[in-house]
Design a protein around this ligand. Sequence first.
Ligand code: NAD
Length: 276
Amino acid sequence: SQVPSLTLNNGLEMPQLGFGVWQVPDDEASKAVATAIEAGYRSIDTAAVYGNEAGTGKGIAASGVERDELFVTTKVWNADQGYDSTLRAFDTSLDLLGLDHVDLYLIHWPLPAKDAYVDTYKALEKIHADGRAKSIGVSNFLPEHLERLMGETSVVPAVNQIELHPQFQQAESRAFHARHGIVTEAWSPLGQGKGLTVPTVVAIAHKHGRTPAQVVLRWHLQTGHVAIPKSVTPSRIVENIGVFGFELDADDLAALAALDEGKRIGADPREFSAGA
Ligand code: NAD
């Protein structure tokens, strides 16, 4: 695959572009994942709460690509936070995926009001020590949550997966991650498709003979993030990995930097508590 990798803080490699399967029904996930792997994706992002780990696992098995060439991420859901419940949730995820390990296991949300993310992370450290998750990390953690976590646990998270797209650029979190050797992974990297009609993006796409989605994904790659765009449309799955062989220049990057509105599409991690 032509997708470059980033080196995580434990020395392992993670593809910089992956395929996300949020909102893909379980019975469609197998086909979507197989299509993505066929198109050249080697990294798949799912979560227990997406309800499609079984379909994702079937797509992986059907792809015929060797397990060690794939990078599979899943996440522990809010309802399962806590040490023992996380160990049980992880077993269920592995069973559904049909795998003996994942490449990355994440805490899906910090749930500060539940105050269980430190114990939850200690379960991730145990899973990591047992070799069943090659890397561990978090999602939707703010710097304040990471500070506390790192003060009370030993394994620095390899990744923090956060909402990140040109309309919501998260400068503070990215700087914090850079200082601590944590890779920034962008969820909703295309802003769920909403930012693709912005004139600046369309103009840069015309300039390079590319599509708006390709420009936004190229921005993620050149800014140093991991991005995990989602689509179930085969032509878009292919389009979203067609982001090599061109480069945004300094003018393009400056124009895209100016699109930041500091507004989330998704939930605020300080408040989000679904399932808890
Ligand atoms: P996204 O930014 O990837 O946008 C996906 C949507 O954009 C598609 O449904 C489609 O409507 C549109 N789209 C995709 N490709 C396109 C193209 N080439 N041209 C035009 N429109 C296109 O949003 P997402 O699905 O929310 O996020 C991607 C992945 O991130 C998810 O599938 C999931 O794996 C992950 N995610 C994680 C969290 C979290 O809390 N950790 C939250 C949301 C998403």
